[in-house]
Design a protein around this ligand. Sequence first.
Ligand SMILES: [Ca+2]
Length: 196
Amino acid sequence: MKTRQGRNGWCIAGVLLALVATGVAAENLAPNSSFEDPPAEGSSFPPHWEQFSSGQENIMLVSYDKRTGHRCILMKAQKDPNSFKGILFKRPVVAGERYDFSAWIKNNHRDSMGGTTEGLLVIEWKDAMGEEISRNVSPKWDQTMPRLRWTRVFLKEMVAPEGAETALFGIHLVEDHLGGRGSYLVDDVELVLRSR
Ligand SMILES: [Ca+2]
């Protein structure tokens, strides 16, 4: 009996070690990451997210072409040179820790990106006073983004700089010098703290 208990104990320890070795799925720190939380009555904007815009907002939940669940986000250009807009969420961060930020993007086949419309992921690192310390930006996507399949875009292994206490994790649309046309879709955002 004593031997059996010991064997079971080793077995449990072995399972735990295997889980650590293979990596248990890290917690997704992005709120309402698939945009499935129902919006407030009369609203077409996802709970737990904020938006910003230099002009028209043109950011809304849509139920067609979602990647998972029932909803995704549509971000539309406003044909206004050098304008910008985006959606973001704020999270506490720990200086020195590494974060992976990603989202799935699809060019909207009903209203394809054109002109100088571009999208990008942005992390804005903030100090205790809310002042920006620095930012990381992903390579931009443009009208060459596929319309028939979803593409995952990343900012990988981004290190929170010294003094960082919070960060804004955003998906931006910029229209550059000619002004943009069209729109793209966003679904299944992920923010994970990498293991050390
Ligand atoms: Ca979704």
